[in-house]
Write a protein that binds this ligand. Structure first.
Ligand code: 6GU
Length: 244
């Protein structure tokens, strides 16, 4: 299978590597890239500014603070990057105005052949280029980042780990919190984990995990998941359960 291709349009392409210190050069994303499961490339929107000063933003009509990213550099960058590969690219704009990212959306993105991530900056992007490109608008939560780049990396990480072969143990993508929705995958938080030593600073590992009774372990873990979800994220259990 061909690797998933991810393009990132940004005014800070260095954030995506390939330097050794870049966040995307570690762990599962780095391994998946080396294994040919995914490839990504950041393109500088500034390269498509088309003016002497490489300017990609301007003052807002109607006044107000900050700058607005101009239509033309973003549009030209998208057009050029898309033309470099005949496969259809799913356009995703990272913005706090977007739809909150969920594991279901992540799973769906993992099935696409090509993703084109646009990282917004400053006060925002001229609305007309958003209308023209009609991207999926995605937010990673109800807080404001200084730019879409870190959000793009979070989306990339969440997608890459779902690609076949990206995780050492195929099953582990399913068991964790916010596991894929499916018959074996209940949407519950994860249970606690323990490793050696059996006692640390007076804290013992729960007895049930030491006994070797697989069914008992599974039952305990399920109960832990349910209790944690009730306590921390009752919203995941559906409406009507929040007060229980
Ligand atoms: Cl996707 N972008 C920015 N700038 N801030 C955010 C965000 C995205 N998601 C949450 N906050």
């Amino acid at each position: 299978m061909r690797p998933l291709r991810i393009d990132i349009l940004t005014t800070f392409p260095e954030m995506f590597g390939p330097d050794a210190g870049c966040a995307m050069n570690f762990s599962i994303p780095a391994r998946a890239r080396k294994a040919g499961i995914v490839e990504w490339q950041a393109t500088n929107i500034r390269d498509y500014a088309g003016n002497k000063h490489d300017k990609t933003d301007d003052r807002p009509f109607g006044g107000g603070p900050g700058m607005v990213m101009s239509c033309q550099p973003i549009f030209d960058a998208v057009t050029a990057v898309e033309a470099a590969d005949p496969r259809h690219a799913t356009r995703i704009l990272l913005t706090p105005q977007g739809k909150p990212l969920t594991q279901q959306m992540v799973q769906s993105f993992a099935h696409h052949p090509r993703l084109l991530l646009i990282a917004g900056h400053y006060e925002g992007i001229d609305e007309r280029v958003i209308e023209e490109l009609a991207p999926v608008e995605v937010s990673i939560g109800d807080f404001v980042l200084s730019g879409g780049e870190l959000a793009a990396m979070i989306l990339m990480d969440a997608v890459i780990r779902l690609l076949p072969g990206a995780l050492g143990d195929e099953a582990s993508a399913c068991i964790e919190s916010f596991a894929p929705v499916g018959p074996q995958c209940v949407r519950l938080l994860d249970h606690p984990h323990y490793t050696r030593p059996r006692e640390w600073r007076g804290r013992a590992v729960p007895e049930v995990l030491l006994g070797g009774h697989h069914a008992d372990v599974e039952k305990w873990r399920y109960e832990q998941r349910l209790a944690r979800t009730k306590a921390r994220r009752p919203d995941l259990l559906g409406p009507g359960t929040e007060q229980s």
